[in-house]
Every structure is written in structure tokens, then in C-alpha cells.
Write a protein that binds this ligand. Structure first.
Ligand SMILES: Cc1cc2nc3c(=O)[nH]c(=O)nc-3n(C[C@H](O)[C@H](O)[C@H](O)COP(=O)(O)O)c2cc1C
Length: 359
């Protein structure tokens, strides 16, 4: 049997409107023989009900037979996270990697103000990549209920999410996006094999999605602790992020005290792990939720509450270093310092100071 036509439905969605459209588009795609639609986000959604959706990497885009792009309308344009994702595709553009791949666009708007401008703006970016734009024309408009406002557009489906005369996306809007998906699948299948799948230069092809790594390794990030003084949870200077954390867990210090006196080394390691998870939770806030933007762990400094004769700081700190490498791979390798202190704020056994480079 021939390989199925693989179509990526690539979206940004925070309130879920774009996602509902994406699901219907995917149904339309899969209504066609031997086609498969995969919905992925450009970045983790702020909506917890979408938190299980996978996040796409830029590098995987040229591996599909077609890409359907979906975004909320932001001021008559594509949304900021969609735009940020698009900005990461320069290497693909240089490599002509998306040339000739079919693309189609759909959007969730609020009032609908500027939505056709926004759909067109989407198409502008995709034209720069030389993708084959597949507009929707007046497909399925004969099925729409004209007694309520509808988000139909010849460029691609849209939804008037804040017009609540009917539930949104409305049945009519869903019918249009379904028809768009079905047509897009036909075009993608027809054009399969007419474009050369490119290898992407440099080692970026091996990039892994950090959220997937966290899930695979069963690592749950805590909620980033709030500052308790006149300072910020992180500070950014250029592309560098500076973070300092102690072993706070749910508002209390995990295993407080002096290593070897109040707590065992095993407990100190648990405290170190918690501290490093706090660091990464804050880092996630610093990169707007997208840990794939972390380019490098630059340096980690571990300060431990120890007796004057203690010498196994490195052992304790390995927990934090291992976690960095486990999560970020090669990019997680770093320079490191460790030292002992007679006391640490709020009687934490450990404090970690961290510096990361981000893109
Ligand atoms: C910063 C910002 C700008 C927006 N600008 C527009 C706009 O120009 N026109 C419009 O119709 N809706 C606008 N909206 C509303 C969103 O497009 C709308 O809520 C959309 O349905 C959200 O999609 P989602 O449910 O997938 O997150 C804007 C929303 C935000 C947050």
C-alpha cells in the first residue's frame, strides 16, 4: 500500500477556538483516502486543556506532504507565537526546504475585525517560503446559515469566536473548514513527490522537543516560586537568563538544615533536585513557555549548607547537573561551581545560581 499523505495541522491556540477548527479540518483531511492529519502546536498552550498536544519543531516541517496553518487573529495579523515560530524557519528558507509543499490557512478571530487581512498576512509569509497556497474559494458556502454572521472567506476558513449568537465555531464555519481540509488533502496527495524533501543543514535535524523529553522522563515541573523581596524571579541581559533558587516546594523548604547534621546526603540530593526543578520552572516562564528556546545551560553554581570540614559538594551538585543534561541533552552541559556555606536563607540546604542562553 502506498505511504499515506501526511499532513501537519500546525496551530497556535490559547482559548481553544483555533484548536476546534483544527480538529474539524483534520476530519476533512482524513475523509480522503489514505491521508493522515497530525495536529501540533507552535508552542505550549496557556490553556491547560490543550497541554497534552505535541509541540512541533521547525525541523520536522519539510517531512510532511502538506501543512495547514491555523492561528488566532491578532490585530489583523497572525498571532505573536505563530509569528515567533515563523521567525525560526530561516534555515528552512535558506535550504528551500518548504518550496513546493502545499499550504493552507485558517484562523479564529474574535469580532472578525481584520480577519481577511490576517489570513492574507499568513499567505504572505508562506509565499516567501515558496509553498503552494491552497485557498478555499467559496467551497461549502452554499451550506451556511446566512441568518447569523459567519467567518467564511475565500482565503481560508475563519471563525467569529466572540459573536455568540450561536456556539462558535458555528456549524457553518465548521462545514467550511471541513471542506477546506478535504480539498487540501486532495491537493497534497496530488502534489506528493513533486517537491524534493531536503536535508536541513547542520545538526538541527536532531532537535528534540523538550516538553516531550519531560513527559518521557516523567519529569513534572513545579509552579515557579514567587519572589519574596524586591527582586524578580529571573533577569534577562541580552540572550542570557539569570536565576537563583532554593529548595522551596509548595511554599515550604524541602529537607531544611545542614548536610550531615540535620539531614542526610540523600535528603540533600532531594533538596538539590527540587531546587533545580524550580530553576527550570522559572526558566520556562522566561522563555514564554517554550523550553525549546533554551540554547544552552551556561553555568550552574551550587551552594550547600555544610559543616566546615564537608567535601562532597560535587556529589550533591551532580543531581542538578544530571538533570540539566537529561532535559536539554548536549545543550545542558555547563560550567559549574560548588561551595559550602554556614547558612542559607530560610534554612534551605542548597541554593542554585544558574545562567542560561536562550534564542
Ligand atoms: C492581542 C490580541 C489581538 C487580537 N486582535 C484581534 C483582531 O484584530 N481581530 C479579531 O477579530 N480578533 C482579535 N483578537 C481575538 C482573537 O483572535 C480570538 O479571541 C481568537 O478566537 C483566539 O483564538 P484561540 O481560541 O484559538 O486562542 C485578538 C486577541 C488578542 C489576544
Amino acid at each position: 500500500k502506498e505511504q499515506p499523505t501526511q499532513i501537519l495541522v500546525l496551530i497556535h491556540s490559547d482559548n481553544g477556538g483555533t484548536y476546534k477548527m483544527a480538529k474539524e479540518l483534520a476530519k476533512g483531511i482524513e475523509s480522503q483516502p489514505n491521508t493522515k492529519a497530525t495536529i501540533k502546536l507552535v508552542t505550549t498552550s496557556s490553556n491547560s486543556s490543550l497541554s497534552t498536544l505535541p509541540v512541533a519543531t521547525v525541523e520536522e516541517l519539510p517531512t510532511y506532504d502538506g501543512i495547514a496553518w491555523g492561528s488566532p487573529v491578532y490585530f489583523g495579523n497572525i498571532s505573536t507565537p505563530m509569528s515567533a515560530f515563523m521567525s525560526k524557519t530561516v534555515d528552512l528558507w535558506t535550504a528551500h526546504a518548504l518550496e513546493g509543499i502545499p499550504a493552507t490557512v485558517f484562523m479564529s478571530a474574535g469580532s472578525g475585525a481584520g480577519r481577511e487581512l490576517a489570513l492574507q498576512a499568513f499567505a504572505n509569509s508562506l509565499s516567501v517560503h515558496g509553498m503552494i497556497l491552497v485557498p478555499n474559494g467559496i467551497r461549502a458556502t452554499e451550506m451556511i446559515d446566512n441568518s447569523v454572521p459567519q467567518g467564511n472567506s475565500v482565503l481560508g476558513a475563519s471563525s467569529l469566536a466572540s459573536n455568540k449568537t450561536v456556539e462558535r465555531p458555528s456549524k457553518s464555519e465548521l462545514a467550511i473548514v471541513y471542506a477546506q481540509g478535504a480539498n487540501f488533502a486532495k491537493v497534497s496527495t496530488a502534489l506528493k513527490g513533486t517537491f524534493v524533501k531536503q536535508d536541513i543543514p547542520d545538526n538541527k535535524t536532531t532537535a528534540v522537543d523538550i516538553e516531550t523529553v519531560l513527559k518521557q522522563k516523567n519529569i513534572t515541573l513545579p509552579i515557579a516560586p514567587n519572589p519574596v523581596g524586591n527582586y524578580t524571579p529571573y533577569s534577562q541581559a541580552g540572550n542570557l537568563i539569570f536565576i537563583n533558587q532554593v529548595a522551596l516546594k509548595d511554599g515550604k523548604i524541602l529537607y531544611p538544615g545542614k548536610v550531615g547534621v540535620d539531614i542526610t546526603e540523600e535528603q540533600a540530593k532531594k533538596a538539590t533536585e527540587q531546587t533545580m526543578l524550580n530553576v527550570i520552572a522559572v526558566l520556562k516562564t522566561a522563555v514564554g513557555g517554550d523550553l525549546n528556546r533554551v540554547k544552552k545551560t551556561v553555568q550552574l553554581t551550587g551552594i550547600f549548607n555544610t559543616t566546615p570540614d564537608y567535601s562532597q559538594h560535587a556529589n550533591l551538585m551532580n543531581v542538578a547537573s544530571d538533570l540539566s543534561v537529561e532535559i536539554f541533552g548536549e545543550k545542558g552541559k555547563h560550567a559549574r561551581g560548588t561551595l559550602g556555606a554556614t547558612s542559607i536563607p530560610v534554612n534551605s540546604a542548597v541554593e542554585i545560581q544558574a545562567i542560561f542562553e536562550i534564542e
